[in-house]
Ligand binder design. Structure first.
Ligand code: HPA
Length: 272
């Protein structure tokens, strides 16, 4: 464990005691409020957690909320760091390492994304079934040892996906399913890039998620991805995304994401 990681783990332990944190949820742009504000929740600013992302992107609060849900201790990350902020695909590795040390075995990554599919309109919630790393970057470049050769055949865990689908049915939330393509950002895509993405099999385009999933798989975590479609991708059905619109639609759709995740957490110890 690096000294930064040890400090972050100790800070969380001082707040919640020795109970393992079992599950972590990364909240994407405009989705921070999904963590809610339950009695007994403990909030720690990322600034007090070395290695956690000091993101400067608006729509990301930058704090860790620890909450007891469905009999488990859950860590909500209100905010993430993106590759495009510093050109660092490992931007989330410090946080993920600390979470794994704290006991986390399951990770749910959420995001806002653009849709390349006419039937996934803005406001749609989508379970990520697989991804395409189109950025040319990989957070494991420079890592050593055989553990860098991470299998990605089942990057998104089938059991967690089944639980999320069940939770969506129970909560009466429509949950689509699709492939997420990672573009580095921070500029949005051109219409030609979006046409290419759709032809290559992408249903969603976005600027996050993929590096975290790769890092989490190296740590052996079971991973699920949920994305909230905030816009049609550039050029599709009049799509002309901008950050303000992304934040607005994400905030509006956060209620459905919250119902889905609350239900998922409540029943997460059961079979789907
Ligand atoms: N492209 C990339 N990232 C995004 C988009 C998009 O259209 N919408 C929200 N995040």
């Amino acid at each position: 464990m690096t000294p930064d990681c040890a400090t972050a783990v100790a800070r969380v332990r001082a707040a919640v005691g020795a109970t393992p944190v079992e599950l972590a949820i990364v909240l994407g742009t405009g989705l921070g409020c999904v963590a809610g504000d339950e009695p007994g929740d403990v909030t720690i600013p990322f600034a007090e957690l070395p290695g956690f992302p000091q993101s400067d992107v608006s729509g990301h609060a930058g704090q860790l909320v620890l909450s007891r849900r469905g009999g488990k201790l859950v860590a909500w990350l209100q905010g993430r760091a993106h590759y495009y902020e510093r050109g660092d695909a490992r931007a989330m590795s410090g946080a993920l390492d600390a979470l794994a040390q704290l006991g986390v075995t399951q990770l749910v990554v959420t995001s806002a994304s653009g849709s390349t599919r006419p039937d996934l309109a803005p406001g749609s919630l989508v379970l990520i079934s697989d991804h395409i790393n189109f950025s040319g970057m990989n957070p494991l470049i420079g890592a050593t040892g055989d553990s860098r050769f991470v299998p990605m055949t089942q990057a998104y865990d089938a059991g967690l996906a089944a639980q999320l689908k069940t939770a969506a049915r129970r909560a009466d939330v429509t949950l689509g399913e699709g492939v997420y393509m990672w573009f580095s950002g921070p500029s949005f895509e051109t219409p030609a890039e979006v046409r290419m993405a759709a032809r290559l099999g992408a249903d969603l385009v976005g600027m996050s998620t993929v590096p975290e999933v790769i890092l989490a798989r190296r740590l052996g975590l079971r991973v699920a991805g949920l994305s909230l479609v905030t816009n049609f991708a550039a050029g599709l059905a009049g799509g002309d995304p901008d950050h303000a619109g992304t934040k607005r639609v994400a905030t509006a759709g956060a209620g459905a994401m919250k119902r889905l995740l609350d239900g998922f957490l409540l029943h997460s110890n059961e079979d789907p």
